[in-house]
Design a protein around this ligand. Sequence first.
Ligand code: C2E
Ligand code: MG
Ligand code: MG
Length: 638
Amino acid sequence: MRRPATQTAVPIASALGTGQIIAAAAALVIAGAVLIAYQLLDMRHALTEGARVQAAIVADSITAPLMFGDRDAADEALRAFRYAPGLRAVGVYDNEGRLFAEFSYPDSRLPARLPAAGVTPDGVVTVTEPVHYRNTMLGRTVLHTSTGKLRAAMLRYVGLLTVASLLAMLVVAALSRKTRARVAAAERQLDYMAHTDHVTRLPNRHATYARLGADLDRARTQGWQLALLLVDLDNFKLVNDSAGHAVGDELLKQVAGALARAVRPADLVGRIGGDEFAIIAGPVRDRAEALALAAGVTQALQAPFQLEHGEFFATASVGLCLYPDDAPTMIELMSSADTALYHAKHGGRNRFAEFVPAMTAATQRRAALERELRRAIAHDRLAVHYQPQFHCASGALTGVEALLRWNHPEHGPVPPSEFIPIAEDSGLIVQLGSWVLHRACAEVAAWERAGAPPMTVAVNMSARQLREPGFLDDVTRALTNSGLAPPRLELELTESVLMEDVAGAIAFMQAVRALGVRLAIDDFGTGYSSLAYLQTFPINQLKVDRSFVQLLPRRGDTIVHAILVLARGFGLSVVAEGVEEQQQLDWLREAGCDIAQGFLLGKPVPSEEFAARYLGRYLAQPSVVDQILSNSAQVGGK
Ligand code: C2E
Ligand code: MG
Ligand code: MG
């Protein structure tokens, strides 16, 4: 069963951007503040040092006036410093800390007593230096320097830093926007790739299931009905294998287009597997609308698709299931649609099937049958029945078809149409087919040895058997063990088996023919007939399907005539299957058909009954047959 996947999307682009820009801005502000503080301290230190040097120079030039108490000379000497950069006042104090002389601008007069060094809140730096004469201190110079210039320089510095920071932020923002756009585009691309099938451009399995989940939620809250259609192409593998993958892809694209046109605009068509599509249609008014949709989808794939390499058919089997009537949850909806699809496929393909609860019972019965079939094999509850084949013109018995029978202890006879597909799906057919082959060869050889006229035995082959590596050895063993001459054995293959892998089938058929064994195409006309291949396949016989024979003599005569002409052209003999009425036999004899098989001439019967009914007059010693039969192979053993 298909399991819906969950979806998680983490948009990366949205995580980039504003947050990062804010972080970059904060980093710039912090770096700027540290730089400004450092610059401020550095400039202030330089200013103080400069003032101290000036004060020392003042001290040198003021020594003599201070020593001699010459205030005029001191004023003169101090005024010489009036142009010193930033200077607001300069003065000299004697050893008692009294102001001796000063030069100052009006707003910066020096105090009468010696001030302390430092910086005042209004930004004036005060430095003092001692005035010495020969190691004797005479007093101190005091210098007031304004930090106004420092402030102006700092403001310029801050302004410059701000402009540089803003420019850097603009560049970061532009780069970030560009990166974001790129990441968003990459994200969109990734999202597209993660949710889109690259061949058909339809939503892929992941996206389809996500949409189904979302639609079911909406259907639940809004009280909708929703239809799920599973579409499985019938013969896609054949196209892919015979025409190549490029043609297969092209066909898938066209099928996707046809499906999209067959549904309503709001419905979703997704590709959920190699040749599987899902259609989510919601809301639907009622079951009738859903059925019409399924019919439309099946109809849309009836016409051949025109590809560069020619015309190709891509019919499909469709399974339909409705929410909430058929299934209340996503898992059950998928499972029920799958069950309906299975029934459409096994009902003959190229059709749709709506889910009905009885199907689940049928699926359960299938599972039970598989278990019981295994048990039947183990307990030897299977048998081979034989249906006679007669020469149309002379009425002589020419051969038999071996048909497998299973008599269930409780259900009674289970039809091959029911258990053969189960055996094929489970692989049991390999064991069963081998048993039928050995048994049929042994019984027919025993009849012949007991005096019956030589006749062919036709044994049905399934695709699984042919793919078994040891198949040819098994055929040789069946012939050797039974002593049956190879031309007495005829293997029946169906067209679909052959068309699955044409090149492989031809090689296999040539190997079978090399053993001397005959080959027939069973149910001719019902599979994927390709007349061109008839020429290439090394076959001996065609078996016209019962569905054509039953239309005779009034209808179907054109087709049967055409098959007879075709077979004659290729040198093949023809068996008409399912002859039930005398008129049909008369028509076939008239038309030149070689062999007839059907209920009119004889139903499939157990071997003893066959021997008694058709071979009685030939078999001198029926006990010989019994003896050989009792020694013949059991199921699974050769
Ligand atoms: P088939 O090989 O086409 O066998 C002919 C089927 O048509 C047989 O059905 C036979 O009983 C039936 N039939 C013959 N004459 C008439 C008639 O006049 N009217 C009607 N209505 N039916 C007629 P059966 O035995 O039910 O087998 C069905 C299919 O199961 C076979 O079709 C064959 O494909 C498959 N099968 C049977 N035995 C084996 C086997 O041993 N191995 C494999 N792989 N398939 C088998
Ligand atoms: Mg057959
Ligand atoms: Mg047949």
